[in-house]
Design a protein around this ligand. Structure first.
Ligand code: GDD
Ligand code: MN
Length: 366
């Protein structure tokens, strides 16, 4: 491939008002070498990031803004940016100063010289330097990378599956980008997972800097999403990601229920028959709250809607609880005297029902 005529840089932003001016200043000199497009994808930041980008775009051909209402997350912002970018080569990077603008040229060069479809800026390349990652996050990222490597047999040689910095050739990668449907942070991981080893990928070392201003948006929910994504890949992408998340939360509910039964029976001296219904309601309620915070956080209920949602969830769940008993005892009577299998059959029915019905009626998703 010859040098790109047009280079697009996609910068996802959420509350980065303090950083957009500086990054733009650092990127604009690239105009000397490229027909440059800088595309900010902002999720309607409350700090006025989008307005500032509009101002900065005045008199600067090639500076563009996509503003989305209803925050849909980093990965979906990256996806939208890539799909809308007009360049022959597209670079995606953070706009908080953690990714050095110098890496842009290095990545484009590597893309051209190696004939790759995708070049990843790696924080864990032997020649990389990480200044901007706490010891704890470095440890967690290394750990996550190890699992990611295991789940992506087509890309074993890579060192950073979670990087937010990469360059790509749209004609090779776009058809995979279209299919990315995660909301969290792990766009790159999903892209690799979807493309199943079919992309030519290489890496360049990254010098990862400390954030210049503002805070990271990484939180527990984002880490949860990564775990779910990896399971999704290991299950050959056959089970919907949301169903996996729902099932994991369900498992935690089983633990809650057992602990509550135990506690009520030992400290309050309740009989099993009395403790069970209380424990079931407690477990269903914690399931609801955790699902609301993780599985369905983009349709999250708040305030009075949270309470209404809980009542709906309990209602939706009450039917399969009865069904559970029915299925389990029928299984026990007709199929097998194995109580474990019988309970498993019951739980499976409850799970499918709960997932389908609560997606639809509690969080209003199809
Ligand atoms: N549009 C949009 N919507 N942008 C977002 C959102 C969002 O919901 N969340 C974060 N961003 C933007 C930020 O404004 C920033 O420019 C960039 O995405 C990275 O976000 P940070 O919050 O600074 O992420 P980080 O530094 O903790 O994480 C970095 O390292 C991760 C690996 O450990 C990023 O490079 C991640 O992409 C990467 O996975
Ligand atoms: Mn950052």
């Amino acid at each position: 491939m010859t040098a790109p005529e047009r280079l697009s840089i996609v910068l996802p932003t959420y509350n980065e008002r303090q950083n957009v001016g500086r990054i733009l200043e650092e990127l604009l000199p690239l105009k000397q070498h490229f027909d440059l497009e800088v595309l900010f994808v902002d999720d309607d930041s409350a700090d006025g990031t989008a307005d500032l980008v509009k101002q900065l775009a005045h008199g600067q051909a090639g500076v563009r803004l996509i503003r989305r209402v209803g925050r849909a997350g980093l990965a979906s912002a990256i996806k939208e940016g890539i799909l809308d970018a007009t360049g022959d080569v597209i670079v995606v990077m953070d706009c908080d100063g953690q990714h050095e603008p110098a890496a842009v040229e290095a990545a484009v060069e590597a893309l051209l010289s190696s004939g790759s479809d995708l070049v990843v800026g790696s924080r864990f390349h032997p020649d990389a330097a990480i200044h901007g990652l706490s010891e704890k996050r470095t440890r967690n990222s290394t750990w996550a990378n190890t699992i990611a490597r295991y789940s992506l047999p087509g890309y074993r040689r890579l060192t950073d599956y979670m990087s937010g910095f990469f360059a790509l050739r749209p004609e090779a990668v776009l058809r995979h980008v279209r299919r990315v449907d995660v909301n969290g942070f792990k766009f790159l991981y999903e892209l690799l997972s979807i493309s199943r080893g079919s992309l030519r990928v290489s890496e360049i070392p990254l010098r990862f800097q400390a954030r210049v201003a503002g805070d990271s948006k990484l939180d527990l929910a984002i880490v949860w999403d990564l775990g779910v994504s990896i399971l999704h890949t290991l299950l050959l992408r056959a089970i919907p990601r949301r169903a996996i998340s729902f099932a994991l939360v369900g498992l935690s509910g089983v633990a809650v229920q057992m602990l509550v039964v135990q506690a009520l029976m030992s400290t309050d001296g309740l009989a099993f028959k009395q403790a069970l219904p209380i424990a079931v309601v407690v477990a269903a309620s914690t399931n609801y709250l955790i699902n609301n915070a993780l599985t369905f956080r983009f349709q999250r209920q708040q305030g009075t809607a949270l309470l209404k949602g809980l009542l709906k969830f309990l209602l939706v769940a009450s039917l399969p609880v009865l069904a559970n008993v029915g299925v389990a005892s029928t299984f026990y009577n007709l199929v097998s005297r194995n109580t474990f299998l019988a309970q498993l059959a019951g739980i499976l029915v409850v799970f499918v029902w709960n997932y389908a019905a609560s997606s639809r009626f509690v969080w209003n998703t199809p």
